[in-house]
Design a binder for this molecule. Structure first.
Ligand SMILES: [Zn+2]
Length: 94
């Protein structure tokens, strides 16, 4: 696991962590998507595969490493290289 500081111009600095699929799935267990019908109040669950990680930017399935920024957004290596690389500063190896 590698820790970074993510600093986008004009935004506050956010913590970022590059982790393997395994590490990610331990820290962010997959839970079903729950949709509530506004008319009836009925809740319906849409289970997602337990080991599925999807990039929050391009929606590609992530099979290798995932960069998590601010504890919520997950980026695939391709999107990191494309949009984020220049804003990341390593803060040591964890
Ligand atoms: Zn992506």
């Amino acid at each position: 696991m590698k820790h970074f500081k993510f600093r986008y111009p004009g935004d506050p600095t956010q913590p970022a962590v590059l982790m393997s699929r395994r590490e990610f799935l331990v820290e962010h267990p997959r839970s079903p998507i729950v949709v509530t019908d506004l008319d009836t109040g009925e809740r319906e669950e849409f289970p997602i595969p337990k080991d599925m990680i999807v990039c929050d930017v391009c929606n590609d399935e992530i099979e290798d490493e995932v960069l998590v920024i601010a504890g919520s957004m997950g980026y695939c290596p391709k999107c990191v290289a494309e949009f984020k690389k220049e804003y990341l500063t390593p803060v040591g190896v964890g």
